[in-house]
Design a protein around this ligand. Structure first.
Ligand SMILES: [Zn+2]
Length: 259
């Protein structure tokens, strides 16, 4: 109990020390309408989590990119939304957030049939690795899409995408199955997501327009990440298009953003 009280006190002190100024908070809500649509109670909790997030994570700008308060709060606010009810401990596995202004360049290698290792660069909007750090492109964050805001058809939100991977990988595996309470829940999760993914892939293959980013057809863990983007950014449309996935995510995140 004393430990709990101590942690609470430490959290409150960190939250106060990293309190987000009103003007900056209002600007962030203006930029991300899917945040602004939340209830006052949700926003108060989100703002508190953001302060704790900022006090526990370290931002690094690459190649002279300056991580201003505006940049850090934009990342924190979107990153904290998925764990609004779950708590920040889901992000305990890493500390560093590496920010690039442009594309994130990831070094890849593969071994060919003759055993020769080839190295190449891959350009990404962001990348989450087990044990961190997390990498994000500011340009990709800046072009994040809220269909309601921009009149586009599909959702793109790199911050929620990468943090969804962090949540998925909390059990050590990026497999579209986050840590769940027990084997039964795990089995049910796999049944629901596999069926939804199969259906989604068929729609993408048929050239249908989907609210969820068609990139989700790449792998089931990508489907989980892009579904999370749609769930938080365009919840009502997501519920209408993917009711089973919406229910699954609502239960897991303990949130019902479509109201
Ligand atoms: Zn991904």
């Amino acid at each position: 109990m004393i430990l709990k009280a101590l942690r609470h006190w430490r959290d409150e002190r960190a939250a106060r020390r990293h309190a987000i100024p009103d003007a900056l908070w209002q600007l962030t809500l203006l930029r991300y309408p899917f945040l602004a649509r939340r209830s006052e109670a949700d926003l108060a909790e989100l703002r508190r989590l953001c302060s704790l997030f900022l006090s526990s994570k370290e931002f690094h700008g690459v190649d002279g990119f300056e991580v201003t308060d505006e940049v850090a709060v934009a990342v924190a606010a979107q990153a904290c939304l998925p764990v609004l009810r779950l708590g920040l401990s889901w992000y305990d596995g890493f500390v560093g957030i590496v920010m690039h202004e442009g594309e994130v360049v990831a070094q890849r290698s593969y071994q060919d049939e003759d055993g020769i290792v080839h190295e190449y660069d891959e350009e990404l909007a962001g990348e989450a690795m087990e044990g961190g750090p997390l990498m994000l492109s500011w340009n990709a964050i800046a072009v994040s899409n809220d269909p309601a805001q921009f009149g586009v058809d599909e959702v793109f939100n790199v911050v929620i995408h990468e943090f969804a991977h962090v949540i998925d990988m909390r059990d050590g595996l990026a497999d579209g199955v986050p840590p769940l309470r027990d084997a039964e829940e795990r089995e049910r999760w796999i049944t629901v997501i596999d069926a939804a993914w199969e259906q989604f892939c068929a729609r993408v293959d048929a050239g249908e327009q989907t609210l969820i980013d068609p990139y989700g057809a790449e792998a089931v863990e990508e489907f989980f990440a892009v579904a999370a983007e749609a769930f938080f950014v365009a919840p009502a449309a997501m519920r209408a298009e993917e009711p089973a996935m919406y229910e699954l995510l609502a239960e897991f995140f303990r949130q019902n953003p479509a109201g």
